[in-house]
Design a protein around this ligand. Sequence first.
Ligand code: SAM
Length: 352
Amino acid sequence: MQGSYLAIQSNAESEELLKEEIAIRFPELRPSFSAPSFLTYKFGQSLLSEKDLNKFMPVYSLKTGIFYGKVGRKQLAEKLKQLEKELNAPVFIDPASTQCTEIDILVKNQGSKLPKMNDWIAWVYVYEQKECWINVFQFLPPINNFGNISSNIPKESPSRAYLKMAQTFERLQMKKIQDPQTFLEIGCAPGGVAYFLLQEGHFVLGIDTGDMDQKLLNSPMADRLKNIRKPVQEVRKGDIEKSLQRLNVPTFEWLANDLNLPLPMAYNETMRISQYSNDLWGQLITLKTPSIESLPQLMTAIKKISQSERDFYYVQAIHLPAHKKECLLVALSKKACQILEIGAFKPYLGDN
Ligand SMILES: C[S@@+](CC[C@H](N)C(=O)[O-])C[C@H]1O[C@@H](n2cnc3c(N)ncnc32)[C@H](O)[C@@H]1O
């Protein structure tokens, strides 16, 4: 599969960051079409193939594909058959395509069957209610994703941050982890993320200067929750060891961070605290990128963690639908990848 254009589904909240990121990281891509939440870029003189998608995958995209062609709504099914013939493989319609009757029918007809690794996905953008623009990628979870990620927040959740961890679990398929594990969360108050993790049966060791939600502290799940009430900069190994003992767990396997601190400080503190784990499975680092100025800092953080001596097996910075001007830097150990059935991956950081 080859094409001249890269098609990107964006999050309206972060479109400016997306455009700037592409200008900085992929100068060979030229802006072509731009509508709210959908953009296309022309690739220089030559053609893009599906293999290039992992390279030209912006952090701030929700979905990236190769533009295959446009067709009237009534001819969509026929054009997709032509695509299947060209690929000599079935093509799944992404339920995250624009909603319209023709697409809804095709999605319904494919039933609950889910794509497997390397299956072809077509996600369709409907232009002016008339034309279907077909974009194609190969399914490689969790590098890319199929369908819509859920955005329900239970009313008992202490904050909307619940959604960030719920969507992280969905994208990385973290429900595959069956035994309870311990998540150290830096920036845990008032406790939306903690509420999600506790509900999943995990333990939470939080660090925050702020108060946790009283209802959460009074709930039966609170015996799996401890909060170190200090600025993270003042937390030392001994503080963590003491709290782990109180939780009656040997170490923390996951380090999550949702600090509203400047990016370099949030990144450095997360990396420092992560050294206190004896068995680190992964880091889920939310990094705030409020302005275009923070992009070079983000790129530096991605580079540092990719080249870290901890030798992470999978590193990817991703943008979730719940994110506004922020992203999630994911770094997983080989052991975590084996359990989660994730292949090795490092982001493209330039040819030099
Ligand atoms: C986006 S909120 C976190 C929301 C939280 N994860 C939840 O699930 O509800 C950011 C948090 O970072 C905390 N924070 C900011 N600077 C901090 C510091 N230096 N040390 C510890 N916590 C800090 C704030 O108190 C605030 O609670």
